[in-house]
Design a protein around this ligand. Structure first.
Ligand code: KG4
Ligand code: ZN
Length: 376
């Protein structure tokens, strides 16, 4: 099955063609980041207008790069939410219109389910035979950490072959998502937008233990072995960082060696505080549910330090707080194969669309029947 995926929930106009849910034939991303750098964040109205002008050229390019003609497509999938409504409308309405004209099934996709699928995607140019032949093994514990969402879920084998895995939410953020925390921290520190890459770059060579910033474990018990709260909270950390920055000497010139050192130590300490909580809760959940795979997805999964923390703990089966971790004996850790699969993209939407379609093919083939159809 060849699925055309369309993603316009925030500041990326993205279109992709994916074969059988995993093999990415094209993955075109038109990023608005340079536009939003001027305002230090996404202005919804500006983002929505950009999508309207870029959507058609991006669709054309995705089809050309995949070498696929519209008549060869099996279905069209688009992000239906969550996201900025003005932005979603462009992708969704374009997808439905094309599905009508080209007489294809239309599949609405939840953006977070898309992120969940991103570690399954195969990048044809960089995929080894071994990886390509490996189908994910359940149960999977998966963390999606992005600018808008922070969700830790348990995935169990689907009821139908190639259907959507059964999903149980183990924890979500109670306030800011991890990516949002990175973006706000970067603003406090006077670094650029988006904050995640800016902070991880500034943190290189910094001392992550110079400033002991708080971790919201959201647990009362002193014994970490008994912890079972998989929710997240990052707003206290953001306030602590703001107070810390305000207490530090101001207006140091960037040529000042101590000033540069201080910035690196601050960035490294902040990164450590966020990643410590993300990695710990993910590892703890993997142990608790005897996961055979640990998946990390969303924009923050691009963070090298976070990946390393998890990889090291999986390899050594040791954690600084808990000591020995008793994982499933053949546990595997997967992150998206390329950085373009971590941040918003349409390959993940086409993939989630495929698994949703397989769950109930008749439903999506009948979508033009107005009375019988609902996006939910
Ligand atoms: O998944 P995504 O592209 O969009 C949403 O669905 O929100 O995630 C974007 C977020 C931004 O907050 C950005 O700062 C963060 O992902 N991010 C990173 C890194 N690259 C992107 N955070 C930490 N380290 C990175 N290297
Ligand atoms: Zn996203």
């Amino acid at each position: 099955m060849l699925i055309l995926g369309i993603e316009t929930s925030c500041d990326e106009t993205a279109v992709a063609v994916v074969e059988n849910g995993r093999r990415v034939l094209s993955n075109v991303i038109f990023s608005q980041i340079p536009l939003h750098q001027k305002t230090g964040g996404v202005v919804p109205e500006v983002a929505a207008r950009e999508h309207t002008s870029s959507i058609i050229p991006v669709i054309k390019r995705a089809l050309t790069e995949a070498g696929v003609a519209p008549k060869e497509l099996s279905a069209i999938a688009a992000t239906a939410g969550p996201g900025l409504i003005g932005c979603l409308l462009t992708g969704l309405t374009t997808a439905k219109t094309l599905a009508l004209i080209w007489r294809k099934p239309f599949i609405p996709v939840d953006h977070i389910k898309g992120h969940l699928m991103s570690p399954w995607l195969l990048n044809p140019s960089g995929t080894s035979e071994k990886f390509a032949s490996m189908t994910p093994r359940f149960p999977i514990v998966s963390l999606t950490a992005s600018g808008g969402h922070n969700e830790l879920v348990l995935l169990r084998a689907p009821r139908r072959r190639n259907g959507m895995p059964r999903l149980t939410i183990l924890g979500q953020t109670l306030d800011d998502a991890a990516g949002e925390a990175y973006d706000k921290a970067a603003r406090i520190m006077g670094l650029g937008y988006p904050g995640g890459p800016a902070i991880s770059q500034a943190a290189v060579g910094g001392n992550p233990h110079r400033y002991p910033l708080p971790r919201a474990w959201l647990e009362k018990g002193k014994n970490p072995r008994k912890w079972q709260n998989f929710s997240f909270s990052f707003s206290g950390l953001k306030s602590a960082l703001l107070r810390l920055v305000e207490s530090l000497p101001r207006n140091r010139p960037s040529s000042d060696v101590d000033g540069v050192r201080l910035q690196a130590d601050l960035a490294a300490s902040f990164q450590e505080a966020v990643n410590d909580v993300l990695a710990t809760k993910l590892l703890l959940a993997a142990e608790r549910y005897s996961a055979r795979e640990i998946h990390l997805a969303g924009g923050v999964s691009a963070n090298t330090d976070l990946r390393e923390k998890i990889r090291r703990a999986v390899e050594t089966r040791q954690h600084p707080l808990f000591g020995r971790l008793t994982f499933h004996k053949n546990i595997t850790f997967r992150t998206p194969q390329t950085l373009s699969f971590c941040t918003d993209n349409a390959a993940m939407i086409a993939s989630a669309g495929y698994f949703r379609y397989q769950q109930n093919p008749r439903r999506y083939s009948r979508w033009r029947n107005f009375e019988a159809y609902s996006d939910r």
